[in-house]
Design a protein around this ligand. Sequence first.
Ligand code: ZN
Ligand code: ZN
Length: 252
Amino acid sequence: VRGLSGGVGWAGRCLLDLLLPHRCLACGEIVGGGLGGGGTGLCPACWAKMGFLTRPWCACCGFPFSTATPEGTLCLRCAERRPPYRSARSVFRYNEESKGMILRFKHGDRTDAAPVFGRWMARAGAEILAEADLILPVPLHRWRLARRRYNQAALLAWEIGKVSHRRVAPDLLRRHRATAPQGSPGTGSRARNVKGAFTLKAGAEEMLFGRQVVLVDDVLASGSTLAECSRLLREGGATAVDVLTLAMVVRD
Ligand SMILES: [Zn+2]
Ligand SMILES: [Zn+2]
């Protein structure tokens, strides 16, 4: 069906949405509503388990607080040391449910999740997108790109760009080293791991100067990759960098 819907264009896809059942992005059960239109993409049971993030949260990194907190409060980590990005927002927690869904999107065959994820991210990041000039995905190293065939962050960035009517610049950042996967080493070694892994494309400063940039990735874990990219973009002339991810690893 995916191959077919890829070839039939928008009108055909809308027709297919009406005719064919869709499978829940998390558990694979058949759900109504379709993925392209207003459908949630999830069955009610998975929707309930997804751990969507809501206020109150850290004004900087979006860490959710469990008790009522005044607007503008920072979490302990951000209060101690502000990251190089201005703020970060995520749609939901990285938990068992969202992890499976993201892995299938990233390594499996559920790229049809991109429009749904894009809509969720545009909603979670509405405030930062309202001010944004450019949307940039965190790049993959070309070897990894060759193996996986697509960059999941770029798919998300395109969808967010469509919903928010913002320009997407997929190639301003370059990745020179394939770094170890998220979450393997501790924060310190992670930071060393990404140091120098990215550069700006020649002439990127022209696009970045005076601009507010939204950096897109699938998961905010230690934040070291996003911090390194943000630092580079600020050096390249961006006035502010905000981060938008699908999921956030919430440590208690
Ligand atoms: Zn489900
Ligand atoms: Zn924070």
